[in-house]
Each structure stands twice: as C-alpha cells, then as structure tokens.
Write a protein of this length. Sequence first.
Length: 648
Amino acid sequence: MTDHTVIPAGAYPDYPAIMTPEQLQGMREKARTDPDAFWLEQAQRVHWFRKPTQGFSGSFEKDVSISWFADGELNASVCCIDRHLTEKRDQVALISQREAEGRSESLTYHDLHERVCRLANALTYLGVKKGCRVAICLPMVSEAIVSMLACTRIGAIHAVLFGGFSAEGLAERLVDSGAVAVITGNMAWRGDKAVPYKDTLDEALKKAGDNSSVQFMLVVRTSDEAVPMLPGRDYDYHDFVDHFEADFVPVAMRAEDPMFMLYTSGSTGKPKAVVHATGGYMVWAAYTMGMVYTHRPNDVLWCTADVAWITGHTSVVYGPLANGGTTMISDSLPTFPYPGRWFDLIDAYKVTMLFTAPTAVRAMMAEGEVVAQKRDLSSLRLLGVAGEPISPDAWLWYHDVVGKKRCPVADTWWQTETAGVVLGPIPGVQALKPGSATMPLPGVEMVILNSAGKAEMGAADGALCIARSWPGQCRTLWKDHERFRQAYFSMAPGLYFTGDGARRDEDGYYWITGRMDDVINIAGHRLGTAEVEDILGEDHRIVECAAVGVPHSVKGQALVVFAIPNRAAVTSVDEKDVTRLIVNLIGRYAAPEAVYLVPDLPRTRSGKIVRRLLRKIASGETETLGDLSALSDPSIISTLCERVRSQM
Ligand code: ATP
Ligand code: MG
C-alpha cells in the first residue's frame, strides 16, 4: 500500500497554520489530564445565555448515560445568527445556487434572522412547541436551512428526512419520530430527473394513516408545477409564513435538551434515529469547524452533502454559521449538465473550502484531469472529504489536480453518532498521509481493540473504539435506549464501539479498514475489503468497486469483487485483469472467487455503497435482501442479481 507517501505540514506556504505542533500537543495533554476544564474552555466557542460550569457527567457502563455542560443554557439559532448580527449584519451567511432555475439567492445574516423569525412565529401559531418534532424534507433550497434554524429557535426537535426516500421510507420515519408538522417542497431536480417531494409525502401520510401525528404541511414552491394541496392541512410556505413578524424571542434550551434527531444512512441495516443534545452538539460543530476546517471569517464553505445527512447538518448549517462564515448550498452535480460544472461554480462563487464525498472525487476523476486544468480554482484553500474511505490515488488526484498541490486535503472520519469530525487532520500543522484520516482530535481518545478484545498500544489493527465521551456524542437512539446500549457499548465494557475497523501505523496515523463486518477471513488470512478496493481504485480503467466476503466451504470465506469499468478509459478492463491486480498486489490467497463488471453499485441515498446487499447477492441469498428503502436506486439490485446468476 502507499502509506509511505507523506506530505509535510509545511508543504502549503499559503496556508496559515492555526497553531504550532507544540500547541497542538499541549491541547492533547490538557484534554487528557483535565478534560472538564478543557471542554469548558472549548465551550466558549458558542454563545450561552447561561455559561456552563459543569463538564461531563455519566458513564459508558451499565445503562449508559451521557451529559455535558448540564447547567448551561443556550439556543442554537442564536449561536448561528443573533450573535453575529452586530458585526456581520450585512455579510452573506448563505448562498443558495439553484441549478435548474439557473439562479442563486444570497441571504445576509440580517435576512437569515428575519426569515428564521417569521417561520418560528408561523410554527408557533400552528401550535409547534418546545420538544415537538418537525420533519423537514426539502431539496437544497434556503428554506431547508431556515427551517432547521427556526425549529431550534423554538426548541422543536427537527428530523430532516432525505427527499429521495420512498413513500414507505418516509412513512416509517414520520411515524417513528411522531412529527407534528412537515416542511417540504413540491419537487426537486437531480440532474435532468424530476424528483417529486410533496406527492411522495402525501402518499407517505396516506400509508401512515392514524399512526402519523402530522397536523400540517408547509410547501415551498420549488418549481412552477402546481401540486394538489389539502385544505386545512397544507399551506403554501411563503404565502403563509411571510406575513408573520420578523422577530421572535429565542427559547432558552438546557444544554441537554434534545436539539435534533437524525436517521443514519442505513448502510448496515435498518436506519437508526440518533439524538443529539443542544449544548454538546453546538460546541462540537464550532470546535471541529475551527480546528479541522480552520474556518476564517471570509471563507466561503461549500459542503456538497445534502442537509439530510450529518455532514449537511454540521458542515453546511451549524458549523459554518456558528463560526460566522458563509455557507453555500447547491443542487448541482459534479458532471451535470457538463463535466467541470462544480469547478465553474467554485470560480463563480469564489469558494475557499470544498468538502465532498469520495464518490464525487471519483466522478470528477473519471472525466479526466484536463477538465480541472482548464478552470481557475485559485479561490480554494482547503479541500475535504468524508463519508467513505478515500483511496490514496483519489486523494492524490484531488490534491494535485483540484488543489494544484496548494491546498491541504482533510480526510475526515465521522458518523451521524459523533456529530462532527472526530478523526481528522489539523491542516498546516500535521503532515498528511494520503488515504489516512490522520489522528483523533484533541480530547478524542481512540482505542484499537485486537481480536481478543484487548486495547493495543502503538501500531495496531482491529476494532475502532472511543474510550471517553466527547461533547458531540449522541445521547441515545430515539425511543430505543436499549438498542443504543447494545449497538455501541456492548462490545467491550466502558468503550464506545464505532462499528468500523482501523489500523494505527507507527506514527500514530489511523487508516480506516472499513466496517468491521467488511473484514473477511480467507483460510485464516484477515483481509480488509477496503484494501482490495484501494488497489483496484488505483487502476484508471476502474471507476469504482466494492469487495465483499462470501461463505466458502473450504476457505471459510472468499472474496467477490464488483467493479464499474471506466468506459472513457483507452484500454478496457476484464475480469481476469481484476484478479491479476489483486493477486499481484496482495497475494494469491486473496484471488477473488468471482469478479463482476457492473454498470453501478447499490448505494444509500447519501451515496454510500451498501456492501450488506452485495454480500447477499454474491452468495445467492436474494430472497432475504431485507429493507431496501435506504437505496437511491433499487432497480440496480435486479441488474446485479441477473449478472451474478448469468456468471454462476
Ligand atoms: P448505518 O449506521 O445506518 O449503517 P452509515 O454508518 O453509513 O449508516 P453514517 O453515520 O452517515 O451512516 O456514516 C458513518 C460511517 O461512514 C462511518 O462509520 C464509516 O464507516 C464511514 N466513514 C465516514 N467517514 C469516513 C472516512 N473519512 N473514511 C472512511 N470511512 C468513513
Ligand atoms: Mg453507522
């Protein structure tokens, strides 16, 4: 593997380091020796009505209870808007680029305050109170961000739902959350495909029937198309909300009051509704934005994640706004309507920080580097990725071709459960290793457990756990504390288990090896499927691939590979080439049992590959595929089943 590539911290002369390596070390020390003092100091990054004097209380043992800053009081919308109103009243807080309409909207902090207050008044008028759940199901439009902030202003718990879910998927989540209100739009565009929102929600509410608590729906007109409205339940968002007053006194929330709930991507099974607490979440959003994104006032941050994911919550909304920056949203795609579209937007809006998913980097790569070379990308100063492992070659491509070797690449590892980055670099301060998410942030105590359940020191490989609570940790799973305890705290006493595997190298850098159930054992040899994917990812004839383990009567488990060939490549790839690459670079024992060249892979709505389904398809267990509601395009399943059957 290419873990010997090291890019020194000083390789970016134009990138100001926010601290010295000694200061970073000092933070780590302080967080270890006096965690409460350390976190109470970091808590000052946000605005409190009543400053906390208490740090952590609780335990990972027994029933598991987690509490941070318990005596503090705050309001998230105040942290994100009001506290900036004096100095930044006319600074742009939000740029919303609407691809289909070919226009964009910029809201200053003052505008944002007005819009949020009007909606807070409207929701209150309709009976929404502190603690009520409000489902937000909107495309990437300003109202999505306004809605989240308006909920937090009145203390309502938002549950942002991805609009591409099926009616079943939405119904299930609406019932589970007990939402009293829905804020939606009539439709969205995904490339040239129209995605209905309101119609799907109508169907979802019909399916949910009496089990739903939804009393009204606000509908943003996101296109000219009219949608049927149910009198007494449905309101046109702007016709209704814009009449309300542009001021609203924010509700003081106790730090531990729930701020929002959010369903995980569903890569490993039934999605979990994670619950985050107001104080700890806001501190985490501000801390990680300051440390990893090294956010500065004039930064324009474009995080391409949908607001329905944790990256959308923290890197699109709460992180950049808590730090007084400009955040950009867009409903565009990297290669639609033409390759290089994102590069043009970066130049047009002078984006300084681009954060995206490895799959988008791969999509850009597949178009070839000339597309990027022709563009002016000089406004960029930092590049980031999150969500999935990024292979060293994709990392280097992003760094060299998009960042022109001027911008550090921050590979950040986090989960819906962690609220924000927990493993990631402090750019300009730490050397970078392509493919590694660097090291835990100060205050995050990571542990690697070996197969015997023992914490390993130094270089190690095993289950990635966290030994001590951090403020951004989720507090529970909605209405299911027992599942919370089981899922995260039952693997080893006193440890939070992330579900992922990792390797720590001699320098203390972490390399995510994939989900623990993606590590396979072939005749006694442990093989991380991520390693296979890295190797294949380095071959330009392959756009993307997924490797999974299937049961094998002799070897215990065997490897099966699904790969998407690059149609634009000069030479094509066949199954034998794939096998040869793996055997040459890993070893004969890893020779795949089968290789399938496929047009696409099953993905969650957030773009992650669902290996659980590939495992079943590869082993012929197609009768028991389980819940497919999290998939972006369920039709790929039959294509893959067909391919496997025909090659058997
Ligand atoms: P579910 O928990 O429902 O199966 P999910 O884990 O995909 O879904 P998220 O919380 O959105 O839902 O994703 C977190 C996971 O994404 C991590 O546990 C990890 O497996 C993967 N991940 C995130 N960032 C990175 C990264 N930088 N490198 C490698 N993997 C990452
Ligand atoms: Mg998960």
